[in-house]
Write a protein that binds this ligand. Structure first.
Ligand code: AMP
Length: 405
């Protein structure tokens, strides 16, 4: 009995929650060794066919198929799975010290992660208009945890926070200043937790912080950040994640007049047009094949010209942003790739950096074929080129531990 009590005292378990509009993704992380102890996904909340998939590391996977009407019922299933005597990870939820939540939009108010109280919840509510799909789900996730695990600290970690160090001349749009003053219309940037994690990994790896870094988070959603001495000075996403790179299904940068013209020609409402630009555009819209780069590349290899065009457009936009950010940084010391594409797709990495010798960038083709964390810097390259597998959950858990424990 004594032994168990001592063990319990020494454990530092943090639950990381990423609540989407109809899903809850979670990980239980043992912060003594930063290892994942359990992870899972509740999907199709409030929709027919809802289910929970839970895996405690070293145990068999648990799948529960039952209708879950809201995030509260979803979270109750997570707790049941977590303490299940066969499939579970802990004897009781009391073993979990704190909960870290991914929150999409923190506006200008949240420059750092915050321990959740009523005031913080109000702040997250304030930005619902800018994150209409995510912020309400994030709030539901937090409220459910507060209700089902009373007394445990909840920490909100914002996707926008890392970018709050951008100077005004970088984050303002060239529209009347009133629009910023009245409605806070400006560039915020997203994937901040990932860009911050990549930055810290690079600083640790190279043993210094005085670096000019371009972090490339390339996944279903993609963004670049320009980081100087550990601080973000510019990023490619904007008021919402729609700006910047061409993505899986998002258009990225587009002339605003094309938007009103599209509305007129296709007879779409404002909402339909935003959906068109977010969900039907990007490499999916151009290729008509897929938003997944594995499908795109196999189609291109079989001679599908539109798939190849989509790939060419994707890498060309990244190349332009790298050039722009190198100029903004006054040179570049490190370019790092992360995300599903950045970590797995050597073809994309090589194409993005092709012809950049003028900037002192060249990569090692052999090293670029590797997997996992890689140094793909070519011989004589002045710029270090790295592949850094991102880990947003671990970053959220670290922030939660630092703030709440
Ligand atoms: P993420 O949003 O970071 O999870 O990235 C998801 C995307 O990564 C997928 O839609 C694919 O386009 C891409 N991806 C994942 N694995 C590979 C791979 N082995 N090769 C190329 N692309 C990949």
């Amino acid at each position: 009995m004594k032994k168990y009590a001592e063990d319990e005292e020494n454990m530092t378990y943090i639950l990381v929650i990423n609540a989407g509009s109809s899903s809850i993704k979670y990980q239980l992380i043992d912060m003594d060794n930063e290892e994942v102890k359990a992870k899972g996904l509740v999907e199709r909340i409030g929709i027919e066919g809802s289910q929970l998939t839970h895996t405690t590391i070293g145990k068999e996977k648990l799948v529960v198929k039952k209708f879950l009407k809201d995030h509260g019922e979803g979270m109750q299933e997570v707790i049941k799975a977590m303490v299940d005597p066969v499939y579970g990870a802990v004897a009781s939820m009391d073993e979990i010290q704190a909960i870290g939540h991914r929150v999409l939009h923190g506006g200008e108010r949240f420059t750092q992660p915050s321990i959740v109280d009523e005031e913080v919840l109000d702040g997250i509510r304030e930005y619902i208009e800018l994150g209409p799909l995510h912020n309400p789900a994030n709030i539901k996730g937090i409220e459910t945890c507060m209700e089902l695990m009373p007394g445990k600290p909840n920490v909100a970690v914002f996707d926008t926070a890392f970018h709050q160090t951008m100077p005004d001349y970088a984050y303002l749009y060239g529209i009347p200043y009133e629009a910023y003053k009245d409605y806070k219309i400006r560039k915020y940037g997203f994937h901040g937790t990932s860009h911050r994690y990549i930055t810290m990994q690079i600083e640790n790896k190279l043993g210094r912080k005085d670096l000019r870094i371009i972090t490339c988070h390339l996944g279903n959603g993609s963004s670049l950040a320009a980081v100087k001495d550990g601080k973000c000075i510019d990023t490619s996403m904007g008021l919402t994640p729609l700006e910047g790179l061409i993505m899986g299904t998002r258009s990225g940068d587009i002339d605003p007049t094309a938007v009103t013209y599209l509305m007129k020609k296709y007879g779409m409402t404002a909402e339909e047009t935003v959906n068109y630009l977010n969900k039907k555009s990007g490499v999916l819209g151009i290729s008509g094949v897929s938003s997944d780069f594995r499908d795109l590349e196999s189609a291109a290899n079989e001679g599908n010209k539109k798939a190849q065009l989509a790939l060419d457009m994707f890498v060309y936009r990244i190349k332009k942003y790298i050039g722009a950010f190198a100029a903004a940084l006054g040179g570049v010391d490190v370019i790092a790739f992360a995300g599903g594409i950045g970590e797995n797709d050597g073809y994309v990495r090589a194409e993005c950096l092709k012809g950049m010798e003028y900037l002192g960038v060249c990569i090692d083709e052999e090293a670029n074929k590797g997997r996992g964390e890689l140094d793909i810097t070519g011989e004589g390259s002045k710029v270090k080129v790295l592949v850094i597998p991102t880990n947003e959950e671990l970053m959220i858990a670290r922030e939660t531990k630092a703030l709440a424990l």
